[in-house]
Design a protein. Structure first.
Length: 186
DNA sequence: GCGTCGATGGCA
DNA sequence: GCCATCGACGCG
């Protein structure tokens, strides 16, 4: 039985966490079944000064979890129909999170997890899990040191409004994965 | 293969 | 009035 990723890991800043989560395994225990998937694409939202980050709007009902302690799920609805799964990062109050954008199913289970909306839908992650402790037994991560991803970085997706922040390479992905979205052509 | 567009609801 | 998305549709 592999050790679950613990709280100290999540306390790293969002940029570090986003990179370090590439290749890790997401586990969801749901209705007596267990779903595992290898994370292959993430994005870092690095604090209130980052105009692409929801925390730049300040503390609101929605962003409250982002300003809480690291290692909790931040799940929100976008475009009226897609749930986005994030992991709160950094020191408590720093307003950082990592968006999980794509993964590959593991363990004989087949699904298309190529995109943040598709991933949450297939894994059954919903807003009811907003604020869930990821060191618990329902939704958690485990490291896979045997797996060696080829990590690249690129601009984040869908944040054209964010001024200079839209250029920052805060998206990380495993170049060896076919599930990666918006692969840069250069 | 690529660009465009509509769905759909919570949020400030 | 947006929006950390997705899939359908029309090209030629």
């Amino acid at each position: 039985m592999v050790q679950k990723i613990g709280n100290s890991f999540y306390k790293h800043d969002a940029e570090t966490l986003a990179r370090d989560l590439i290749g890790a395994i997401l586990v969801h225990r749901r209705r007596g079944r267990i779903y595992r998937a290898r994370i292959v694409e993430t994005e870092a939202y690095i604090g209130p000064h980052d105009l692409a980050s929801h925390s730049s709007k300040g503390r609101t009902k929605r962003t409250e979890v982002m300003f809480g302690p690291a290692g909790f799920a931040y799940v929100y609805l976008i475009y009226g129909m897609y749930e986005m799964f994030n992991i709160v990062a950094g020191k408590k109050g720093s307003g950082q999170a990592v968006l999980i954008r794509a993964a590959e199913p593991l363990g004989g289970w087949d699904a298309d997890l190529s995109g943040p909306g598709k991933l949450t839908r297939a894994l059954g992650i919903t807003r009811s899990m907003n604020g869930l402790d990821l060191t618990g037994n329902r939704l958690y991560l485990v490291p896979d040191p045997q797996y060696q991803p080829r990590i690249w970085r690129a601009k984040r997706i869908g944040i054209e409004y964010a001024g200079k922040w839209k250029h920052r390479k805060l998206r990380f992905f495993d170049d060896g994965s076919a599930a990666v979205t918006h692969r840069p052509s250069g």
